[in-house]
Design a protein around this ligand. Structure first.
Ligand code: ADP
Length: 507
């Protein structure tokens, strides 16, 4: 039991671990992919920066004025290029803007952006970014300090934010978007790209852009996080069900074993009871025979009346002994699977008459009347006469043993009911308790009262009855209420039975 529970616990734990591992692996692949995407975006911007910084020549201002056309050709991502002198005054300014916008941006640049660039802190050839918002608008500026003809210059690139979002992000994310949900949000949680997952699940990975778009963060998660969770839950549940099923199979197996062991123990106990019962059954008539045999030899000649009585007792006890031995031998044959029946067509009446005659003397001794009621219209049946004799003998002897009431009656009746013949033995005795009615047909089983009384028996009579009835394709049942007698009913089919195979075993 403990082993089964331990096994169940370990399988459940490993199933759980497996589920955790699979979540962990999704988590770590998310992390790797997320960092890769951040890196890619950064690289696109940095590469653009570098290309521009290389292109912008400060030596020749005319060449610089040519720049605008190149901007359009090379990168739609850069919206304007501004050059400042060492006094931080704008010396060159090109932009892909309508004149009004151009003026607005020029002013914003001079008034707000330049102070925020903190150019004083910039080392020669140092390359930095300013990612900020003015009003509701986001700006990304890349800038560098350069030296030309003995003077410092600053070159600044202003990026076209909608282009970054709608073109660069889309281009860089599209490969992964089949399996992942990717979103970009600003510092206030505003959604700039995609549909973010608002969940604290470990399956969602978030990362900030480190140098360029550093106020934004990228989020990446499995495409259908809900179904992933559902699957994980379903997997966990099915593991749990599997563990529970195996546990219950083990438990049921154990219960079956326990029941079988108990049955076996009970069968062994019943067997030894049977042996002692049979020995007792054999001993009692034998000692009576011996006793009355001796009396007969001593006083037989002088008292003819007594000698007749002794002889009758000897005959009766011999009959009983024979019946018992027949019962035991039949039972043993059935147990070994050798009970072969000899079926032939015939009528049941002679069997009933013979058995009733056999028992009449005993009944009279006990002050009981055996009444018979045999219907006149009985059809012929296919049966084994000696087996049915044994069957009826057992039922009648039981009625005499347990159900005889002085002055009472035992009724043996045979009647027809549709396609069956019903053979009934009913007494007026104490009856059989409901809970015992099924068990009395088990081999070796003796009723509670029978065991406590002086009634002799071995517990095989009714199991023989049941076996014989089944060999005839019939049924046997008992109807009884405590204190109201017992009625055993055997029903045999009228229709020609199928050829009956030899019984391979009693049960
Ligand atoms: P045995 O008579 O040797 O004990 P049986 O198999 O013939 O074994 O009967 C089993 C049990 O059924 C009996 O021990 C008895 O308790 C109960 N029984 C059988 N017939 C009757 C009856 N007519 N009235 C009351 N109890 C009966």
């Amino acid at each position: 039991m403990a082993a089964a529970l331990g096994l169940g616990y370990y399988s459940y734990r490993s199933a759980n671990r497996l589920a955790e591992r699979s979540a962990e692996s999704v988590q770590s692949s998310n992390r790797v992919l997320g960092l890769k995407l951040v890196d890619r975006i950064e690289k696109v911007i940095l590469d653009t920066d570098r290309t521009f910084f290389k292109l912008v020549s400060l030596d020749d201002p005319r060449e610089f004025m040519e720049l605008w056309r190149r901007i359009v050709r090379i990168s739609p991502a850069v919206q304007s290029v501004i050059v400042l002198d060492d006094q931080r005054e704008v010396v060159h300014f090109v932009a892909k803007l309508a004149p009004a916008e151009r003026r607005g941006f020029h002013e914003l640049f001079a008034r707000r952006i330049v102070p925020d660039l903190e150019l004083g802190k910039l080392a020669p050839d140092e390359h930095k970014h300013l990612h900020t918002s003015y009003g509701a608008k986001s700006y990304l500026l890349s800038y560098i300090r350069r030296r030309s003809a003995g003077r410092d210059y600053y070159i600044a690139l202003n990026y076209h934010i909608p282009y970054i979002i709608h073109e660069i992000f889309r281009e860089e994310f599209k490969e992964l978007e089949e399996t992942r949900a990717i979103a970009v949000m600003d510092e206030g949680g505003g959604v700039l790209y995609g549909w973010p997952v608002f969940s604290d699940s470990k399956l969602v990975f978030e990362a900030q852009f480190p140098t360029t778009l550093y106020r934004w963060r990228l989020q990446i998660s499995p495409r259908d996080i809900a179904s992933f969770r559902r699957q994980a839950r379903a997997r966990k549940l099915s593991d749990l069900v599997l563990v529970a099923t195996s546990l219950s199979v083990i438990l049921v197996g154990m219960a079956v074993l326990i029941v079988a062991a108990r049955k076996e123990r009970r069968a062994n106990q019943l067997k030894s009871e049977f042996i002692s019962n049979v020995s007792h059954e054999l001993k009692t008539p034998l000692s009576l025979i011996r006793m009355f045999g001796e009396l007969l030899s001593l006083r037989g000649a002088s008292d003819p009346k007594a000698s007749k009585e002794y002889a009758e007792i000897i005959t009766r006890e011999s009959d009983r002994l024979t019946a018992l031995i027949d019962n035991v031998l039949d039972f043993a044959r059935i147990e070994r699977g050798k009970a072969a029946y000899q079926f032939s067509h015939g009528r049941l009446e002679p069997v009933v008459e013979q058995v009733v005659e056999l028992c009449r003397y005993r009944a009279e001794q006990g002050g009981v009347r055996i009444a018979t009621r045999v219907a006149p219209d009985l059809p012929e049946l296919l049966f084994d006469a000696s087996a049915l004799t044994l069957l009826l003998l057992n039922l009648l002897e039981n009625a005499l043993k347990y159900g005889a009431v002085r002055g009472g009656e035992i009724l043996v009746s045979v009647e027809r009911q549709e396609r069956r013949v019903l053979l009934r033995v009913a007494d007026q005795g104490p009856g059989i308790a409901k809970e015992e009615q099924r068990r009395i047909f088990e081999r070796f089983y003796r009723g509670q009262d029978a065991r406590g009384s002086s009634a002799r028996g071995s517990g095989i009579g009714l199991s023989l009855v049941k076996h014989i009835v089944e060999a005839h394709h019939g049924r046997v049942r008992v109807e009884s209420e405590l204190g109201k007698g017992a009625s055993f009913e055997v029903s045999l089919p009228i229709a020609e039975p199928e050829p009956i195979p030899k019984r391979g075993g009693a049960r």
